[in-house]
Design a binder for this molecule. Structure first.
Ligand SMILES: NC(=O)c1ccc[n+]([C@@H]2O[C@H](COP(=O)([O-])OP(=O)(O)OC[C@H]3O[C@@H](n4cnc5c(N)ncnc54)[C@H](OP(=O)(O)O)[C@@H]3O)[C@@H](O)[C@H]2O)c1
Length: 341
């Protein structure tokens, strides 16, 4: 593999690199690790040699041929990437700089971090903060940025310390980082999970209480039950979100960011007009780069999470293919980090 490190991207020599590639034939999708040529990457301001990527639910959808995420195949998923600038068309970034790219179109219709190289717009990249280890940045990845944006929004209305917090999809990527961060900020955290055997894990990352999904649903009284929680991070939608809306305390706030259970939910206006609760939508994909940078910087210092090692496993491309099947079945626990050679 040979690359001329030159600021002018046009002078790059051809080279090959490894990539997970999803191909479509007669409506069927196949997934393989293949060699790709740099000239197959889109023209971008930055050519980045990816060191780490991570697995998010959206990657699994792209991997399995979900056209709501990826319209055009062949394609390489990976909405997250931490890497080193190989060549740059802009003064802001120089070869050798360590950068982070998450969201925007990366891994959706732009080849993503499940390949060893990406080529992207300068507007999608931000510097890796000095105090954040490269691997830790991808333990966080989009899941972390999303959890961070949720908690940032909650902080606009609530002092997190001593608040009664509830997190759904607790063992998943967004869920487990939200729990760790809320616990660090002093909240009293309840985790909702579908995995009976994950209670120990959820207590170990800072939950004070763990409730099984079915038990939670059985405990909900609609249209409005006892006010039990002040703040909530919901990644699952559906009936669970309906249950949360009916169970928030006066002035409570729910951040809504996911749909693993269902994109639809039922509610009435009562919790909104009688208890003044708020439901806030969170999108990390298209969040402006300065917002993402702010969250990365918080995770590097003020929100630095210890013991991230217990939250993730590192895999190679081959293993990543198996992990994707698990996340699609809701069986994943914690975060999966992809390390390129
Ligand atoms: N808005 C944004 O910017 C943004 C960014 C990132 C992710 N998301 C969305 O957030 C959601 C979670 O993403 P993620 O990366 O954290 O996924 P993940 O790692 O797969 O976590 C999802 C978790 O939800 C729970 N779950 C799975 N199926 C369920 C079901 N049918 N009903 C209820 N709970 C179920 C499981 O946890 P338990 O077994 O512990 O319950 C699972 O581990 C996805 O919908 C994703 O698209 C949105």
């Amino acid at each position: 593999m040979k690359v001329i490190k030159n600021k002018n991207m046009n002078k790059l020599e051809d080279f090959f690199f490894n990539s997970i590639i999803i191909e479509e034939k007669n409506g069927k999708f196949s997934q393989n690790i293949k060699k790709k040529k740099n000239s197959e990457l889109p023209a971008g301001d930055l050519l980045i040699k990816v060191q780490y990527s991570s697995l998010n639910y959206k990657d699994a959808l792209s991997f399995s041929g979900n056209k709501g995420v990826t319209k055009y195949y062949p394609h390489t998923p990976g909405i997250d990437a931490m890497g080193i600038i190989e060549s740059s068309r802009t003064e802001k970034f120089k070869p050798g700089d360590k950068v982070l790219v998450t969201g925007f179109d990366l891994g959706m219709n732009t080849p993503g971090g499940f390949g060893e190289y990406i080529s992207v717009s300068k507007d999608w990249a931000t510097f890796l903060p000095d105090d954040l280890r490269p691997r830790d940045s991808m333990v966080l990845g989009t899941a972390g940025i999303t959890a961070g944006l949720c908690i940032n929004s909650l902080q606009d209305k609530h002092t997190i310390k001593d608040q009664k917090a509830i997190v759904t999809g607790a063992t998943g990527g967004v869920g487990c980082i939200a729990i760790k961060l809320l616990a660090k900020l002093g909240a009293n955290v309840t985790a909702i999970t579908g995995k009976e055997d994950s209670k120990e894990f959820l207590y170990s990352i800072g939950s004070n209480e763990v409730i099984l999904r079915n038990e939670f649903l059985e405990s909900v009284r609609k249209p409005m039950g006892k006010g039990r929680w002040d703040i909530a991070v919901d990644v699952v939608g559906g009936e669970i979100l309906s249950g949360l809306i009916a169970s928030m305390s006066y002035g409570g706030t729910i951040t809504c960011c996911g749909l693993v259970a269902s994109p639809e939910f039922d509610t009435t206006v009562f919790p909104f007009i009688l208890r003044g609760i708020s439901l806030i939508g969170i999108d990390s994909g298209e969040a402006p780069i300065h917002e993402k940078t702010k969250i990365w910087e918080k995770f590097a210092v003020e929100w630095k999470l210890d013991n991230l090692d217990s939250l993730h496993r590192v895999v190679d491309m081959e293993d990543m293919m198996n992990e994707i099947k698990k996340i699609l079945n809701g069986k994943q626990v914690g975060r999966i980090v992809l390390k390129h050679n």
